[in-house]
Design a protein around this ligand. Sequence first.
Ligand code: PLP
Length: 425
Amino acid sequence: MSTTAMQGSSNEPLDIAWVRRQFPSLQLEVDGNPAAFLDGPAGTQVPRQVMEAIQNYLLQANANTCGAFLTSRRTDEMLAGARAAMADFLNCSPEEISFGPNMTTITFALARAIARELKPGDEIVVTTLDHDANVAPWRALEEKGVVIRQADIREEDCTLDLDDLRRKITAKTKLVAAGYASNAVGTINPVAEITRLAHEAGALMFVDAVHYAPHGAIDAKALDCDFLACSPYKFFGPHMGVLYGKKEQLLRFRPYKVRPAPETLPDRWETGTQIHEGIAGVAAAVDYVAELGRRCDPAVKTRREALLAAYRATGTYERGLATKLIAGLLEIPGLTFYGIREPQRFHERCSTVSVRLAKGTPLDAAKFLGERGIFTWDGNFYALNLTERLGVQEKGGVLRIGLVHYNTAEEVDRLLSSLREFSLD
Ligand SMILES: Cc1ncc(COP(=O)(O)O)c(C=O)c1O
C-alpha cells in the first residue's frame, strides 16, 4: 500500500501545544465550554500564517495577472510560488497544478472536457464509497451515452470490494474514479493498486484526494494516477480546490474556455480570474505543514521532506487519538460502528469515524454535543452512495467524528463522556 497516514515514526513527537497556538480559532468557547472542533472532514481550522498571507496579498499585491505594474507582478510571483508549494505537496511539477474554486467544480469541468473524447457505450467506473463530487460529474456523462459502473463495498468493514472493482473494469472502461480516503468512514483505498488496474485496462485514473490530504502525504508520481483533486480548506487552508494532472493528459484534453485565455500550462485549465487571495492562503497552508515538519525533524532539507516529516508525526499522533476514540465508542451500549475497528488495521483507515447510537437520530446526538461545544456532523456528508448502501440514508445518516492533528486526547474524553451521557439520558 502506498499510504503513509497513521504509519511510520518521526524523530520528534508532535508538539501539540505549538500546533494549537498556531490556530487562533481553537480558542472559541460555547457557553463557557471550550469548542472542540471535531468537524474537520467538512473543513479544518486555519493557522494564523494562512490568515496573514491572505491579508498581506490583499494589502500589497491585489491585482489581476500579467500587468506591467507592481501589484500585478507581485500577483504573478505569488501564483508561481503557490504552484511550487502545491507541487511539493503533491510531488509533481508546478505546471501540473491548476487552481479552482473547489474540487466539485474542478471535477465537473474536467469530466466535461474528457467527455469530448468519449462515445456512447464507453464505460466509467465509480465507487460506493465515494463522495458524490467523484460520482455525479461522471454520472452526468450518461447524457452522452456513457455507461457508469459502480464498484461495491464490503459492508462489514466499509472497505472497497476490490474483486468487484476488478470485475467492473473491462476493455470498455475509459476512466476509473476512486477516492483516496472516505470522508464518511475513514477507509483509505489502495489507490496505487487501483491505478494499476485502470491502466492495465487502458483507462485513465482520477483520484479524489480531498479527504486524505489532511491525514497523509500524497505522492502523485508514485501513485501514477492521471488526475488527482484536493481541497485546501480540508488541509488547513482557505476554501479552494486544486487539480493535479499529468502534463500529457492536461495537454491532451481540451477544457471549455474563453478564446483569449492561454492554451499553455499551467494556465490552460484555470477558467476566469482565480481567487488570488485564496491561492496566497493555499501556499501558506503548505508552508504551515512544512514548518510543522521541520520542527518534528530538524534534519530535513527540502520542503517536500519537511512535509513528509510532518505527516509522519501527525499520522502517529492521529492514530493514538483514533485508537482511544474507537475503543471508547465500542464500549457504548447499542452503538453501531461503521468501518475498520481493529487497531492492527489502522494503517487502512484515517481518524474519521462514523457511528449511530441506539438512542435518537444522528442529528439529535450532534445537537446534544453542539450545545456542549463539541462540533460533529450528522447526515450523509454527500457520501450518498454509501449511506444508501448502509441503509441509513432514510434514518438521518450517521454521526461523524473527525480528528485532525490539532485535536487532543482531552477532547476525545469529553466527546466520549458526552455521548455516554446522551445514551443514558
Ligand atoms: C472526499 C470528498 N471529496 C470531495 C469533496 C468536495 O470538495 P469541495 O467542497 O472542494 O467541492 C468533499 C467535501 O466534503 C469530500 O469530503
